[in-house]
Write a protein that binds this ligand. Sequence first.
Ligand code: NAG
Ligand code: NAG
Ligand code: NAG
Ligand code: NAG
Length: 466
Amino acid sequence: MGFSCWFLVLGLLQQFFGLNCAQLLMHGESTTNYVSAIGDPGMENPNVRVALEAWNFCNEVGFEAPNMGSPRWADCADLDCSSNTGHLGDGLVNDGRQCRVLHQVNDSDNSLRAGDKFPIMGFESYTDPDLFAKEKELYLGSLCEVPESPNPWQFWMIMVKNGNFDKNTTLCPENGQKVSKIVTDRNFPCFGEGCMNQPLVYHKYSILDSFDGQKVYLTGEFYGTYDLDANLSEDATDGFNGGYHYNGRGIMKKLPESPNFLVRLTLDIKLGGGPNSQFYLLDIGSCWKNNGEPCDGDVLTDVTRYSEMIINPATTSWCRADNLVFCPPYHISPTGKMIYRNETAQFPYSAYHLYCSPGNAKYLEEPYDICDPYSNPQSQELVQILPHPEWAVHGYPEKQGDGWIGDSRTWELDVGALSSRLYFYQLNRVHKAHTGMDPVKDPNLRKKGWSGQYHPTVGSGRHILH
Ligand SMILES: *[C@@H]1O[C@H](CO)[C@@H](O)[C@H](O)[C@H]1NC(C)=O
Ligand SMILES: *[C@@H]1O[C@H](CO)[C@@H](O)[C@H](O)[C@H]1NC(C)=O
Ligand SMILES: *[C@@H]1O[C@H](CO)[C@@H](O)[C@H](O)[C@H]1NC(C)=O
Ligand SMILES: *[C@@H]1O[C@H](CO)[C@@H](O)[C@H](O)[C@H]1NC(C)=O
């Protein structure tokens, strides 16, 4: 019923992406026997639970945008329809019933900014915008919480991230390490001072609407821009963009663990962003240390691991037989066979966009490329894959162009199975690889490698601006 999808307008990027409704399923033996790990799968509940978070280049706030407050906002509203048919009042008639909207989050909640006191006990105010945003998110979550088995959940999260990095500031750590000056040959997009700003975000709170004056539903909108000089009353609302990225606390009721979980989502891409706009069918983020231990918030030893299927067909394979630096050390075939990247007759180079290694890894196999050390609070490792028959066995697109503009589909992705086939750096894995033992066949290793927390992101992308 009703509220199915939200759209977010992002003035700067001018992308046009339909934002999708996703389901994250955990299954046992068959795909029909599953338990949803997320709250309100498919967004079919008439009540709305949506929040928006904005990040700078290294997933922090840095500075709040003028008059915007802390970059966490929520729209949580319940549709309350009484069976009282006596009068219409200001509600709408729904099969003779009267309905009204009960907002759980109001403007004074959404406009809270660093240093403000929270209206209820249990939430600590900080003047540091990074610390305050985290507390505001918890506060908004408490207003939105839906009690459900086995655990409560709070909201679906839309995430927007500024891709600009100003090397003259020290807002971002390097592989988790605080540095007093950024010294790097890498180039990052930045138009000048202030390029790492937070966006202007506006909000049309959920209101009642109806199909044919009959079925009522809630509808609302977040929109905004990174251009602080923009005048949004001139209707900058052509060009939709949206992306979910969340650590699982707000939307999930339980944590999925490989290999037994599926993601079902419908994707309808309206407009692409050109060759420098990566667009992920799915981005799975996890975190574990190089010794296989789970992450504990120590940014010096934690490593964020991402696997991302880029479905923008303009994205090419940087991993090639003559460019092994962008390939993972080995590939694992659907039957579990390990194929080294130097086995040129067998290695499926075109299944990979690129692989890069964590900056705090000590025993990397040459040749290697280190992932961008600044764009996450800790070191990161990326496996970026492309549509390919190697992945199609798990429900992923088989060839470039599948699922792209004009080819809307509902995907059922066996993310758990695919993730078990991806190479990730881990000390004991490296040793096992050298001793010839197949890590895929070692249940201990497989479990360790994927025991971290997943952060599924649907319909997101890195948009690289030049
Ligand atoms: C907004 O909601 C908060 C928390 O429920 C409440 O304390 C506050 O009084 C409300 N503000 C307005 C203006 O309604
Ligand atoms: C950073 O500093 C250099 C040298 O002072 C200057 O040329 C450059 O414009 C600055 N970059 C930004 C983004 O402010
Ligand atoms: C923004 O645009 C509207 C409509 O064109 C105009 O009325 C308004 O004055 C503008 N505001 C600013 C601050 O320029
Ligand atoms: C291929 O790579 C593996 C693992 O690094 C190595 O043991 C092997 O000697 C290499 N083979 C060739 C032909 O370079």
